[in-house]
Design a binder for this molecule. Structure first.
Ligand SMILES: [Zn+2]
Ligand SMILES: [Zn+2]
Length: 314
């Protein structure tokens, strides 16, 4: 290395060191502004609505069978399942098969999204070797915690606190009157909408990321470097995560499922599947129990449209 290039190299090193210090200082200063006082009530509300949604869905699952496919994430609300051939099998190994139904539970309806729990929001990026140091907790609970709410241990670690198992077993459960059901369904649907609205508000202020390849979520200003990407979830990619800005659907997946309208056949048929409509699963469950669909879902549900091609007589 010549003298000149050595000088250049060492001055560059100093610059990098300085730059790093400046960045760290900036991050520390920014940390002083968090959590934002005005957002605390929103975070507390989100936790509260989350609890109401879980309680409501658990109660409804005891009244209605919800079917989950044994091999893929598809779920269907209703008595008979459906014969639509969209099953992609275990780990997407097959295509266009008929689903095999078993009774679904709470986790099939409210998809758990778990993420790393940071001890400090503006700490350094989590490295791959630290992946077992950080606990995995529900994404929304972590977001609320970072936003200044005070989640309970039960919120953080539901499985360790014997959360009532809603396996959807309808046997031996006392049936509710249509009025009681409707009231639970309307309350659950309202809580679901408020829960998602609250998460959306928090995401406007608090940074969250999602991996484009494997849907791993991270709440915090940077992603993380724990290279789980592809090892468990996405077979063809085994590198680092590819972070993008996370939206409310990444933290609270709506899980869009088939919706059977009164004019549709009892078992939805594969041949006319382009004529059938969809709704988010929680909305579907609540409508099934007598709730009224908010106007924003009407377009998606196409309540009045045809169930099969119209035969034109010549
Ligand atoms: Zn399936
Ligand atoms: Zn990934």
């Amino acid at each position: 290395m010549s003298y000149n290039s050595w000088m250049f190299y060492s001055s560059k090193m100093v610059d990098l060191k300085l730059l790093r210090l400046m960045i760290q200082k900036r991050i520390e200063n920014r940390a002083k502004d968090y959590p934002i006082k005005g957002m605390r009530p929103v975070a507390r509300e989100v936790l509260n609505y989350r609890k109401l949604v879980m309680e409501g869905v658990s109660a409804l699952l005891k009244q209605f069978p919800v079917f989950a496919c044994k091999f893929c994430p598809e779920v269907y609300v209703g008595d008979k399942g459906l014969s639509i051939q969209t099953c992609c099998g275990y780990r997407r190994r097959v295509k266009n098969r008929v689903h095999e139904w078993v009774i679904g539970g709470l986790d099939d309806v409210l998809v758990p999204v778990e993420i790393f729990h940071l001890q400090h929001m503006h700490r350094d990026v989590i490295k791959h070797h630290q992946r077992f140091v950080f606990e995995r907790v529900p994404a929304v609970v972590e977001l609320c915690w970072q936003a200044g709410a005070d989640p309970s241990a039960k919120d953080f670690y539901p499985s360790a606190h014997n959360v009532e198992d809603s396996c959807g077993d309808v046997n031996g459960v006392e049936p509710l009157s249509p009025g009681e059901l409707r009231s639970i369904a309307n309350g659950t649907l309202r809580a679901w909408e408020k829960h998602r609205n609250g998460v959306q508000k928090l995401l406007l202020v608090y940074p969250a990321k999602v991996c484009k390849h494997c849907s791993e979520v991270h709440v915090g200003p940077f992603g993380h470097m724990a290279r789980l990407c592809g090892v468990f979830k996405y077979d063809s990619w085994r590198g680092a995560h590819f972070w993008e800005k996370a939206e409310v659907d990444d933290l609270v997946p709506p899980k869009i499922v088939w919706w059977r309208r009164p004019q549709d056949p009892i078992v939805l048929l594969n041949e006319w599947r382009d004529f059938y409509r969809h709704t988010p699963l929680v909305v579907n469950l609540c409508l099934h129990a007598g709730a009224i669909a908010p106007a924003k879902y009407h377009c998606m549900m196409k309540v009045q449209s045809f169930t099969r091609p119209v035969e034109v007589k010549v």
